[in-house]
Design a protein around this ligand. Sequence first.
Ligand SMILES: *Cc1c(COP(=O)(O)O)cnc(C)c1O
Length: 415
Amino acid sequence: MEHEHVRAVDPAVADALEGELERQRNTLSMIASENHVSRAVLDAQSSVMTNKYAEGYPGARYYGGCEYADEVEQLAIDRAEELFGAEHVNVQPHSGTQANQAVYFATLEPGDKILSLDLSHGGHLSHGHPANFVGQFYEVEQYEVDEETGYLDYEGLADLAEEFEPDIIVSGYSAYPREVEWERIQTVADDVDALHLADIAHITGLVAAGVHPSPVGIADFVTGSTHKTIRAGRGGIVMCDEEYADDVDAAVFPGGQGGPLMHNVAGKAVGFKEALEPEFEAYAEQTVANAKVLGETLADHGLSLVSGGTDNHLVLVDLRPSHPDTSGGDAEVALEEAGIVLNGNTVPGETRSPFDPSGIRAGTPALTVRGFDEEAIRTVGTCIARVIDAPDDDDVIADVRETVDDLCSAFPLYD
Ligand SMILES: *Cc1c(COP(=O)(O)O)cnc(C)c1O
């Protein structure tokens, strides 16, 4: 990764690219939504496909010269259909948010009703937050997790659905460490005659590998992000049954986007091929096993996990019971100094603010890609606990930074 062409033209950007590579190599990336794609996906994404306009869909484009664009997009579609067992997949959304936007645009009129999980309980901006267009164009009501248990409050959801009569119920979350019971939510949707969008952005790779139950074939629409657990590079996808295929396609293009980012579609095709290999399943299983060990290690050091543990790739820590004077923001800053990069996160029953919340969220996908096993993750968990115990202690931070350096050398990235 020399970036010699960039360097010849623009040393400032070349320095930043080099800096980012070194940052990723020399820190532990534990932001639960991030990952490290393969060299093959990187290669595809930085290809000449970035030059190509391919408005439309394979075989029906508005531009000439699309034979290779068609080939790449069809491969991405076929592989996604095989991976997820979906009847129809649109691989053009620029991101997960655009995938959700397409489903709303395909199914709702302005003013229609969306029932989704509260952001501070693990929801996503694109599910109806007032700062997002979704919260302004549609009427939004929000369900919650049970603040005692940290698990989704399925009964509360059913009651709220009865009362609110939503046009669509959105499931799928950004900071929910437990398995989602798609059928239970589908039953609620059926009972109130609502559609169901399952947004698996975070767990796209876990679902593809079969280590988390799939909503495909249960929910009416399933959206995913391709750059999170599935490691297929930046982007989003929409999956649905054949009956909605034309509406979804029209909602992606021309409804919400212009030409597809064909270099990213190429990245998706390559990433999906990798995800069909047996090694991907092993990676997904290890990601979940690592998250479990991370949770256990943090709990052993006295930290409080929302829901008491995890079934997926992330843990959510509520700092209030163990460290009432340390905010998630404080922890994030101190941990980054020690070379561990994660984010402060709101927790159910949040009493601080979204800008300086009470929790931290930590994920294992990126470390697992580097080869971290349970033993290495136990060391990482101990490091995190040590820093949270002494966020202002420079000696502790320097000591942890040394351990992080050792781990980074033992598990090299883009070698
Ligand atoms: C990450 C995420 C998305 C998509 O976000 P983008 O940044 O637009 O890809 C959508 N929904 C949920 C639940 C997410 O966590």
